[in-house]
Design a protein around this ligand. Structure first.
Ligand code: ADE
Length: 233
């Protein structure tokens, strides 16, 4: 079933298998099955004109490492752009802007997103200058490729789509929404090994429980991530 407001991701990669797995479980799988999102993987090698399906080459003026060639990427992006209009063409790279909940929220409102996964020493810079609209890093560390970064981004965006999570308030109460960490959660049994669930959660008093949860969120944020409380956006 395809809904009118279906979100679509096209992901260009040299390793489609690396993304397929993580995006085929749980909430993301259900969102796909419900027709809320369509995630299409495109093997960059299919756009190579080389008989060995080569997509990388030696860098000009350098020694170590390979660079992703301009032509297959240009052809892949232009092929996809001829099919639909993209709201963003994202390149995953450790030197991009740092991905966070705010960017996930913002991207969840878009319709068509194209993600190009970086690999090797990076892509020919002319692609970044001329075709990419946004460069995103998922953290200050270097991954082997952008595939896992793309999977992280898509996962965090898809769970925000209306109807992706059955309890619709659930995604809004995640940590980082409102710059607060989530309160602690517990389930049965109420006592295990002498370790007790806080009495308030068993009281049935909804107003008091909400107040406690909010206080716990603030306390945990102050203790664990005080930087979030100073974050203006
Ligand atoms: N590719 C390699 N490292 C990365 C990172 N930290 N974020 C996004 N893409 C990457």
């Amino acid at each position: 079933m395809q809904k009118e407001k279906q979100m679509r991701f096209d992901i260009i990669t040299v390793l489609p298998e690396l993304i397929e797995g993580p995006l085929n479980f749980s909430i993301i799988k259900r969102a796909k099955d419900k027709g809320l999102v369509n995630i299409e993987l495109h093997n960059l090698r299919d756009f190579s004109k080389n008989k060995h399906r080569q997509v990388d080459d030696y860098p000009f003026g350098g020694k170590a490492g390979m660079v992703m060639m301009i032509e297959p990427i240009y052809d892949a992006i232009n092929f996809l752009k001829s099919q639909r209009k993209y709201d963003e063409i994202i390149y995953t790279s450790p030197d991009g802007e740092l991905f966070d909940q705010k960017i996930a929220n913002e991207l969840s409102l878009k319709k068509n997103i194209l993600i190009l996964c970086g690999h090797y020493k990076g892509i020919d810079h002319r692609i970044r200058e001329n075709l990419i609209t946004r460069e995103i890093s998922i953290g200050n560390y270097v991954l082997t490729g952008g595939e896992i970064a793309a999977a992280v981004m898509v996962d965090s965006i898809v769970r925000l789509l209306p109807d992706a999570i059955s309890d619709e308030t659930s995604a809004l109460s995640d940590s980082f929404q409102d710059n607060l960490l989530a309160p602690p959660v517990y389930t049965r049994p109420a006592e295990f090994n002498g370790w007790k669930v806080p009495d308030i959660l068993l009281s049935g008093n909804e107003a008091e429980i909400d107040k406690w949860k909010y206080e716990q969120s603030v306390l945990r944020t102050k203790n664990l991530r005080p930087d979030l409380l100073n974050d203006e956006d």
